[in-house]
Design a protein around this ligand. Sequence first.
Ligand code: NAI
Ligand code: MG
Length: 354
Amino acid sequence: MEVKRIALIPGDGIGKEVIPEGVKVLKAAAEAEGFKLEFTNFDFGADRYLRDNGHLIDDDELEELKKYDAIYLGAVGDPRVPAGVLEHGILLKLRFDLDLYLNLRPIKLFDEKYCPLKNKTTADIDFTVIRENTEDLYISAGGFLRKGTPQEIATQEMIATRFGVERAIRYAFEEARRINKKKTVALCDKSNVLTYAHNLWLRAFNEIGEEYPDIKKEHYYVDAICMKMVRSPEIFDVIVTPNMFGDIITDLGAEIQGGMGTAVSGNVNPNGISMFEPVHGSAPDIAGQGIANPIAAILSAAQMMDVLGFETASKKIEKAVIRAMEEKETTKDMGGTLNTAQAGDVIAKFVKEA
Ligand code: NAI
Ligand code: MG
């Protein structure tokens, strides 16, 4: 029997509540499909940071994580720890040190009643944003001069490398081919204003695009793509974009697909380990109440199964989630009455029946 080893990082707040539900559903899917998943828990997050003199993740632990087939993460962030410490020290560290250079964010509406747009169907909202995940404004290049004085200067530099841009763009074209739907890749940038970094993106996109004559190429400035995502989301198939714009447009995407409760994110290195997580954070405002919606975490588990090659298991989880939405067997934020564990139980049961 095929066995995959999954490293669990539940993290903080509702991360610790939704990851067990994802594990429940994964076990049901593996049993139904005849493979085995082994889970190991890692307690990175606020509790350990506070207990253990500010310990975040060390090099040995990073090496240990590389032995797994995938990482399944809840969320980090806790009001007892200064903002950014856990997010930088754990989440961004994993993304950078494991070279998780692709952030895959499917934008998919599963049930029309959750869509805030008029007259859009599940067929209309179904595309993938591929966000470059290791460069751009996120690499902490910059600094202060005369900090705290009236003459203060702060800089934050946007970095694009041909290597980094090319591997994201190439993956986008391959993905459009693999999913074989509209066979279109759209570049989202602001090359009319960011005439260096995004000019590199545009040139790389056009050059690499020539190697994919079967795939249609489109190009939108980031402001225009926001209008299109609201007005005509049905035109999109695969969108590729730099790190910062990817962060922003996928929040818009999350809303048109039904909200944070449904938004998933895969941090992928096709040649190494990948990490899957719901887009939402640790939600300290509702943590500990057992009311968090586990669907985003469960759909992240489905994405993990897809990337690990268990496509049928992934589809079964998706189908089970769709059924739970149809039957309103959900938490309060999606109009149901269930608590987190009950919502997970229902989806695990539907997976077995799928
Ligand atoms: P958040 O996503 O945690 O919460 C935003 C709002 O959505 C809150 O009202 C929350 O109750 C609600 N919400 C989020 N997930 C939900 C779920 N599954 N079910 C029901 N309601 C849900 O974002 P916020 O408040 O900006 O950040 C809280 C903490 O999480 C911060 O420390 C932040 O840095 C961290 N964070 C971590 C992320 C990660 O680890 N990937 C991503 C985003 C934020
Ligand atoms: Mg974000």
